[in-house]
Write a protein that binds this ligand. Structure first.
Ligand code: UD1
Length: 344
């Protein structure tokens, strides 16, 4: 029988790509999503790609009784990959309690249900935001966690602490891998699933593709006076399917008892830092589309530069981000054209 895995937030951006990868690796995927920032039609995309429609349950993980009832209905689940969370940095500053309640109560409800059954494995979606502006680059997992710059970032830090405290308190052999993502971009090569921002995208690549297709008249580059070679911020952009594969590797590590401690942390990045301008010029080069952009003031809360040292994940998970930036940006462009009904 296939190993059953719960993917929370499985109709969201990273969750849906991971669901595809899990199904293709032979797992039985069950998705919970409240559809607050995604659409049920994503399941059609997953089904078209894999030939399998994952079981889907629509409810809010903050509703404790519903979470409990869910696990009674699905007693075979062996692992949770917990993506479901609010993730807009700016919005979190305006609505901090919503962020704390949503991201932390849902986590606590899930952890509570892990006791006393076959469900011992937990994979948590964390973020490089926990490092703030690191003193040393590339940043390793040993770098100190710095005071969060936003309530969103703080929910990731607190969540990691809650998980660690909980694991230390119970004798149930529970284990967790926290995956600290750098900047996930791109879409499945089929263009049947991808990133679907609601409203005006806050993240760079969806804004780039939407500008290229004509939804926005220009792209603002936030700051060109940073202490970087071209003055724009540097990030570690990782292809979402590479990221999805890392989740499968982490899951197998837990299921096969290969973890070295109950709580492990891995950076998921490429190890390469790229500036905003490098993203723009590479996008223009591979798509042949000229982007109308201009320099604008710095965005509040942005850090200057960060990129990963992914060697721990490379070594321990036997995983590596392999897709080129060119192919990644092309996948994002193909997806943008697909959702706007322009298939060439
Ligand atoms: C942000 C969060 C990160 C979170 C992620 C989730 C911070 C510091 N980081 O990543 O914690 O996990 O979103 O989505 O808030 N840019 C432009 N013009 C635009 C949009 C972006 O120049 O229209 C620049 C930004 O200034 C930044 C880079 O592009 O330098 C990447 O921005 P973005 O895609 O928003 O990601 P992060 O801010 O790195």
């Amino acid at each position: 029988m296939k190993t059953q895995v719960l993917v929370t937030g499985g109709t969201g951006y990273i969750g849906s790509h991971t669901a595809v990868e899990l199904i293709e690796e032979g797992f039985d995927v069950v998705i919970i999503d409240n559809l607050s920032n995604s659409q049920e039609s994503v399941l059609d995309g997953i089904e078209k790609i894999t030939g399998v429609r994952p079981a889907f349950e629509k409810f809010d993980l903050c509703e404790r009784e519903k979470v409990k009832a869910f696990f009674q209905r699905y007693p075979r689940i062996e692992a949770i990959i917990h993506f479901a969370a609010l993730k807009a940095v700016g919005e979190s500053v305006k609505k901090p309690l919503e962020y704390y309640r949503n991201n932390l109560v849902s986590l606590i409800n899930l952890l509570e249900c892990m006791k006393g059954n076959v469900l011992k494995n937990f994979i948590f979606s964390s973020s490089c935001t926990v490092y703030g502006q690191p003193d040393v680059l590339p940043v390793t997992e040993k770098a100190p966690v710095k005071k969060a710059l936003s309530p969103y970032g703080n929910t990731k830090q607190i969540a990691e602490e809650i998980i660690q405290d909980y694991l230390a308190s119970c004798a149930d052999d529970l284990r967790c891998i926290s995956l600290r993502y750098f900047n996930p971009i791109g879409a499945h090569p089929s263009a049947l699933i991808g990133e679907l921002p609601t409203g005006v995208p806050q993240n760079l690549v969806p804004f780039v593709t939407q500008t290229a297709i004509g939804i926005h008249s220009e792209l603002k580059v936030f700051g060109n006076d940073y202490n970087t070679p071209d003055g724009t911020c540097i990030r570690d952009y990782i292809y979402v399917m590479d990221l999805a594969k890392a989740h499968v590797a982490a899951l197998k590590r837990l299921l096969e008892n290969k973890h070295k401690s109950p709580f492990e942390v891995f950076n998921l990045g490429t190890g390469k830092g790229l500036s905003v301008l490098e993203i723009i010029t590479t996008f223009e080069k591979v798509t042949g589309v000229k982007l109308n952009y201009r320099f604008a003031p710095r965005r509040e809360g942005d850090i200057e530069k960060i990129w990963a040292d992914p060697s721990l994940a490379n070594r321990e998970l036997g995983w590596k981000a392999e897709t080129s930036l060119e192919d990644t940006l092309l996948s994002a462009w193909k997806w943008e054209k697909y959702i706007r009904g322009k298939n060439n």
